[in-house]
Design a binder for this molecule. Structure first.
Ligand SMILES: Nc1ncnc2c1ncn2[C@@H]1O[C@H](COP(=O)(O)OP(=O)(O)O)[C@@H](O)[C@H]1O
Ligand SMILES: [Mg+2]
Length: 277
């Protein structure tokens, strides 16, 4: 990376970010998401984005791909490549929900009291989980960099057309995809030693042409020794089963699939609860 870039403030680029923020504001005004956009870009976030530009991670923030409850995802470009930028909201309303996933994970023993510290950890957790999965050849966006509440990762899409959610796709060979997905869950469990914990057709991106899928949104993924990992895994597997059942695929019963993934039998009560939620 060019060290001069670090020192020279490029006000054109900062101005570009400001303009993008303004455009978002105008666009979002009608649907009441104005507040959300503004809270994502708090002063510190804006400065970090700018410093990322000056370090050469990307050149321009092109616009929002998704605005969610906990994070917004943006599309950014540089000369060489496009990247996705996930910005966790410092004022995330689901702060409480996040706690349960971090407690019980020895990698995050020192939970800091401050909300911003907590969200920072959430972004780092997603980065680490992506890295772990990528190291074991799980199809995920490659993580690039993380700082405070901002995660940079590989952009999944071509040009400005982002890959759609599996939820919205036409699947030609559902049986084959079902098998591949279950195998991936097993790899995540056995090799990466993780459970996704929010797996569904909403957190899988799909390339209809190449018949390729990518697992995303892994901030809440937990280590397999997390006290609730079996409960989370059952929920993930049940979501996948239900989705493919809708395509008429002969699905594997939840208890069998759990044992195939983990190598041990699931607690019957947990299975019952998962199936009857
Ligand atoms: N690496 C990526 N490349 C392209 N689009 C992405 C990428 N990561 C996330 N997205 C898009 O952003 C949306 C939200 O991201 P996600 O990580 O699922 O966050 P959340 O569901 O918590 O808001 C996804 O549904 C997807 O459309
Ligand atoms: Mg998601």
């Amino acid at each position: 990376m060019d060290s001069n870039k670090e020192d020279s403030y490029d006000f054109d680029k900062l101005d570009h970010i400001d303009r993008k923020i303004d455009e978002n504001r105008v666009r979002k005004k009608d649907d009441d998401r104005l507040k959300l956009v503004e809270t994502v870009f708090d002063e510190k976030t804006r400065l970090i984005l700018f410093s990322m530009i000056s370090k050469g991670y990307f050149d321009a923030l092109e616009g929002a791909i998704s605005t969610g409850k906990e994070a917004n995802v943006y599309f950014a470009t540089s000369k060489e490549e496009s990247i996705a930028i996930k910005i966790f909201r410092i004022d995330a309303p689901s702060f409480k929900k996040m706690r349960g996933y971090i407690e019980g994970d020895y990698r995050f023993k020192k939970i800091r009291g401050k909300r911003s510290g907590f969200i920072e950890m959430w972004a780092k957790k997603e980065f680490k989980n992506l890295k772990r999965m990528a190291e074991h050849d799980v199809p995920v966006p490659q993580p690039i960099y993380v700082e405070r509440n901002i995660l940079l990762m590989e952009y999944l899409g071509e040009g400005d057309s982002v890959l759609p959610l599996l939820r919205d796709c036409h699947v030609n060979k559902p049986k084959k995809l079902y098998k591949n997905l279950i195998e991936t869950v097993r790899t995540i469990y056995r090799d990466a030693k993780l459970v996704h914990a929010d797996l569904s057709a909403y957190n899988i991106l799909y390339n209809e042409v190449k018949e390729e899928f990518f697992i995303i949104d892994v901030s809440q993924a937990v280590l397999t020794d997390h006290p609730k990992s079996s409960e989370f895994l059952l929920r993930d597997l049940n979501n996948i089963n239900q989705y493919f059942q809708g395509f008429g695929v002969d699905i594997i019963p939840l208890d069998k699939i759990f044992t195939w993934v983990t190598g041990f039998e699931a607690n019957e009560i947990l299975i019952y609860e998962t199936l009857n939620k």
